[in-house]
Ligand binder design. Structure first.
Ligand code: URP
Ligand code: ZN
Ligand code: ZN
Length: 464
């Protein structure tokens, strides 16, 4: 099977030129002007950007959390991702406390196999790591799971103490892997939550008011310090505020191997979303919470100047009507997380490129290339080059859509609300190609459950 994409404007993290792209089976084999080749199918991309498929390094499909399970499984979640122009996700497998991480990996393989419609990898969430289990980490790396996530938040659930953090970090460093950190001081936050509840403050806005930015910054500072001593590169996930970014900037300035992502929710939404008197604010109960609006300028600066390398979604959807309501009388029982995997590319293009904050190359870098590099997938994923997987998006930079759970062009996620309801965006993924197969065209799904492959990722490739 061969495919020719003609007349497009090819954009990578560093290139911007008009050319034809020839794909044979799953791989890009030729790029050039007016290619003289026969193909089984030709796509005319005149007037369109031709960009690498998005890489979202932070999703939670089919994840048990907060007394329920995230609403998208690997079938519905990866299909929605593809509609939005994302062709690779890295999701989080979870070690059950007291059990082997390898068992956790097996469970997540069972969840994804035969369901994922695009390629996927796994990080491993480590919930305990005694000395006699450390050998498993090398095995995970051999299995292509070359990054971990550890939590300073959620005591009694996913939280690990600093000793566990250090032990696992040291081994991860020895193995050449990367540690992702949920950096928030969950012990102090839980005390603040107890005080709020005792004072009868139970509505969703108190989720945000009990998680001060200082406690995120403290977690970022502490996890970086521990990682430096342990000798491992660290990647701060879902960084939400200026206070936390300052810690990343300081650490990078002194040469520490620190990387960080933010997410569209922190770039486009703010604390005022919790203002509703009714339960509406529960839609935005995520961790870290939305922050005061002025933080957004700092996050854009971090993206523009390179202290933040990537934009992920932290897609973790819970239905408003039958899942978020678990916390109707107590904000601390609202399942934490929000949907977003489908809308990331359009939101970032609109807010970044159309908004004059990012070049089109930087847009590609932040939504695909950097994550592919950091997580051992480059140059197979995250770029358009001869030899790369043909994960390609034909992107219309002029088309507008209004994001809504009721708009069939912007919402395929299996959840009853959209975090960005009513946001008008310019820039839409029109044709989405996953390893040489058109999986989305004319807003119709042409892929199949099980069409996505598990990606064995490489070791951490060093600073770049
Ligand atoms: O609220 C969030 N972020 N839910 C998903 C779990 C996590 O901490 O990433
Ligand atoms: Zn987290
Ligand atoms: Zn997450």
């Amino acid at each position: 099977m061969s495919l020719l994409i003609r007349n497009g404007r090819v954009i990578t993290a560093v290139d911007d030129y008009h050319a034809d792209i020839f794909v044979e089976d799953e791989t890009v084999t030729l790029i050039g002007r007016d290619l003289d080749v026969e193909a089984d199918r030709t796509i005319d991309a005149a007037g369109r950007l031709v960009i690498p498929g998005g890489v979202d390094p932070h999703t939670h499909m089919d994840m048990p959390f907060g007394g329920t399970t995230s609403a998208d499984d690997f079938e519905t979640g990866t299909r929605a991702a593809a509609f939005g122009g994302t062709t690779t996700i890295v999701d989080f497998a979870i070690q059950t406390k007291g059990h082997s991480t390898l068992e956790g990996l097996e469970t997540w393989h069972e969840k994804a196999a035969g369901k994922a419609g695009i390629d996927y990898g796994f990080h491993m969430i480590v919930t305990d790591m005694e000395d006699d289990r450390l050998w498993e980490m090398r095995r995970l790396a051999d299995e292509g799971v070359t990054s971990y996530k550890m939590f300073m938040a959620y005591p009694g659930v996913l939280y690990v103490d600093d000793g566990t953090l250090f032990r696992a970090m040291r081994k991860a460093g020895e193995d050449g892997t990367l540690v992702c950190m949920h950096a928030e001081n969950g012990i102090v936050i839980d005390e603040i939550v107890k005080i709020a509840l005792a004072e009868g403050k139970t509505s969703p806005k108190y989720h945000a008011l009990t998680r001060p930015t200082r406690m995120e910054a403290e977690g970022v500072h502490r996890s970086i310090a521990i990682a430096e001593v342990a000798g491992v590169p660290v990647y701060i996930v879902h960084l939400s505020c200026a206070d936390a970014l300052e810690q990343v900037t300081l650490a990078r300035a002194r040469g520490a191997q620190v990387f960080a992502e933010t997410c569209p929710q922190y770039l486009f939404l703010d604390l005022s979303r919790y203002d509703h008197e009714d339960f509406e604010g529960a839609k935005y109960v995520m961790t870290p919470p939305l922050r005061e609006k002025w933080n957004q300028d700092h996050l854009w600066r971090g993206l523009g100047f390179g202290d933040l390398q990537s934009i992920s979604t932290d897609h973790c959807p819970f239905c408003f009507h039958d899942q978020k309501v678990l916390g109707i009388d107590d904000f601390s029982k609202i399942p934490n997380g929000a949907p977003g995997v489908e809308n990331r590319m359009s939101l970032v293009y609109n807010g970044g490129v159309v908004g004059g904050r990012l070049s089109v190359n930087k847009f590609v870098e932040l939504t695909a290339t950097a994550a592919a590099k950091l997580f051992g997938l480059f140059p197979k994923k995250g770029t358009i080059a001869v030899g790369s997987d043909a994960d390609i998006v034909v992107f219309n930079p002029d088309r507008r859509e209004t994001i809504s759970a009721n708009n069939p062009h912007t919402h395929h996620m299996r959840v009853d609300y959209n975090t960005y309801e009513g946001t008008e965006v310019q820039g839409v993924s029109e044709i989405v190609i996953s390893r040489g197969r058109v999986v989305v065209e004319d807003n119709i799904w042409h892929g199949r459950a099980g069409g996505g492959n598990f990606l064995k990722r490489g070791l951490f490739g060093g600073p770049f």
